[in-house]
Structure formats: C-alpha cells, structure tokens
Ligand binder design. Structure first.
Ligand SMILES: [Cu+2]
Length: 330
C-alpha cells in the first residue's frame, strides 16, 4: 500500500513537471506581436512603456509564483487528507478540534503574504499616480460608440475616431475591430497625459501595451499618462460595457518620431504650443499622408453610430448624473 502510494506520488510529480515545462516552453516560443493580441499566445501583451513593463514584472515575478505555490500547496494538502485520512486508512479519527499553533499560522502567513504583495503593488500604484510633467495632452471622450479626440495644446479641435470597416481593414492589412478611421498620433519618448471623459454613458479608455485603463465617466475628467519608448501602432478598446456597439469602438495609437508628429499636427491644422494656430493649408492631403488613408475618411462617420447631436433614447440616469458609483457591468 505504502509503496504503491509512493509510486503514484512520483508519477504525479512527473506529470506536473511535464505540464509546467510544456506551458513555459509554449510561452517562450510564441513571438508576441506588439500592440495587439497574438494568436495562441498565453502571456501578457508586451509593454512599450516603463509602467507596463513594471506591471508585467509584478505579475510574472511576484504574483504568478505566489499563486502557483499556494495552489500547489493547497492541492497537496487536499490529496494528503484524502489519501491519509479516509475511512479505510484511518478508521479511528482523532477527536480534537483546535490547534492554536496552526490557527495562528494560517491567519498570520496569509496576512504576511498580502503585506508582501502590497509593497510591490503600492509602489506600482504610486508610480501610475505620479505623472511627470506632461509634454502633450490629449482629451479622449467616449461616445456611444466611438471616440472623440482633442489636442488642446496643439489647438486641434475634437475629431471623431470610428472603427475601420471590415473591408477597409482587410484591404489595409490592419486588424479589424482594432483599427480605426482616425488614430491618435503621439511622439515617441514623450510624456502624454490623457484626459478621459464620457459623453453619454460610462466607457473606459484602455491600451494594454501602454498598461493604461481609465474610466470615461460623464461629468468627470479622469487622467492617466504614458510614455511610449517604441515606434509602432498600438491598439486598445473601450473596456466598459457601454451598449450594443461596445465591441466596435477600438482605440489605435501611432507612436511616431517628433518630426512625423509635427507634420501630422500641421496637417490637422494645429500649431506648436505657444505659436499662433497655423492656417490649415491642405489639411486633407497632409492628413492622408500622415495617417496613410484617403482624405475622405477624415469626415467619415460610422453610419451605425448616430451623430452626437441627435437626441436619442439612452440611459438617462447614467447620462445626466455624474455618479461614479453608478452600477456598471464590467
Ligand atoms: Cu464604450
């Protein structure tokens, strides 16, 4: 009996080790795409901001090992109890019901684990909260169901960003339901402050590779920031269940060089902060050059999304009351 149990234990340990090797092997093999999900990947999207890298480190180095150890420990305890203390193996059970040492331990050890986690967690939270002096401000407004973006420093008034229709996304080789008609454009290695609000119901502005998610609440102006250190296109989504087209209001951010950003600003009829607004000379052409899409797309509005001026029956409580505690299904 004892030797057969020992054999079982050895085999179980072997199977577990094999599964763990396969898991990490697969994780290492998948070359994750930047800025968007990768088919078959199991890891987090790679980060392109220091905070995102910090958050990934916190998850992979602190949380995942703790979760794994606790899960294995509890599973082992369960198996031990099932095997050692079942009716056949242990016909006469002990009668005691308290053990002070164990009760102190199972209270104190979880508390210490949580305190240990909180040290790293609070450090990360404070880092998120502690925005450096911003080089650029963007205002993002969530609408049912698209985003409006404004660059107040550059005097670029609000423009609308809709989901790129499927045929156009396919034609351009961009991911459908992530690509948009009018992306955000930001310079590399600059602190970008994003002010986020909602115009009708609660939305949320989230870009995984920047490690940011901020609720867009009507009547409130929330703030977050990022500093991207890699050129490229990074996608995100509305992350608050906001209605029937919730899945069709993606976010696309292009991180470009400062020169490309300046050209894009000029194309939008904007100006450098402090300078007089430039005449919007041929904005459509410049914009098309910068964003790589037809100039007509600038004025395009998603036919599925009603214009903001149209009165429409929408959740009146959420639209009129700036209630941060409004119930919201995540
Ligand atoms: Cu939304």
């Amino acid at each position: 009996m004892k030797s057969s149990f020992h054999g079982l234990r050895t085999r179980a340990a072997g199977a577990l080790a094999g599964a763990a090797t396969a898991f990490w092997g697969a994780a290492a093999m998948a070359a994750d795409k930047y800025g968007q999900p990768t088919d078959g990947a199991i890891d987090l999207q790679p980060g392109v901001t220091p905070l995102r890298e910090h958050a990934i480190w916190f998850h992979n180095v602190i949380l995942l090992p703790i979760i794994t150890i606790i899960t294995l420990f509890v599973a082992a305890l369960l198996i031990w109890v099932i095997v050692r203390y079942n009716k056949r193996a242990n016909p006469v059970p002990a009668k005691f019901s308290h053990n002070t040492a164990i009760e102190v331990a199972w209270t104190l050890i979880p508390v210490l684990i949580l305190v240990g986690i909180s040290i790293f967690s609070f450090r990360l939270l404070f880092a998120y909260n502690d925005m450096p002096k911003p080089d650029l401000t963007i205002k993002a407004t969530g609408y049912q169901w698209y985003w409006g973006y404004e660059y107040p420093d550059q005097k670029i008034g609000e423009f609308i960003s809709n989901v790129l229709p499927e045929d156009q996304a396919k034609a351009k080789g961009e991911p459908y339901k992530l690509a948009v008609t009018e992306p955000l454009v930001v310079p590399i290695n600059k602190v970008v402050r994003v002010q986020v609000t909602g115009a009708d119901v609660i939305h949320a502005f989230a870009v995984p590779s920047f490690g940011i998610i901020t609720d867009a609440v009507p009547g409130r102006l929330n703030e977050t920031w990022f500093k991207a250190d890699r050129l490229g296109t990074y996608y995100g989504n509305c992350r608050e269940l906001c209605g029937v087209d919730h899945a069709f209001m993606p976010i696309e951010v292009r991180v470009v060089t400062q020169a490309e950003f300046d050209a894009w600003v000029a194309g939008k009829g904007g100006s450098k902060p402090g300078a007089a607004p430039a005449a919007p000379a041929a904005p459509a052409a410049a914009d098309a050059a910068a964003s790589g899409q037809p100039a007509a797309a600038t004025a395009q509005v998603n036919p599925a999304a009603p214009p903001p001026a149209t009165p429409e029956p929408k959740a009146p409580a959420a639209a009129t009351t700036p209630a941060p505690s409004a119930p919201a299904a995540k």
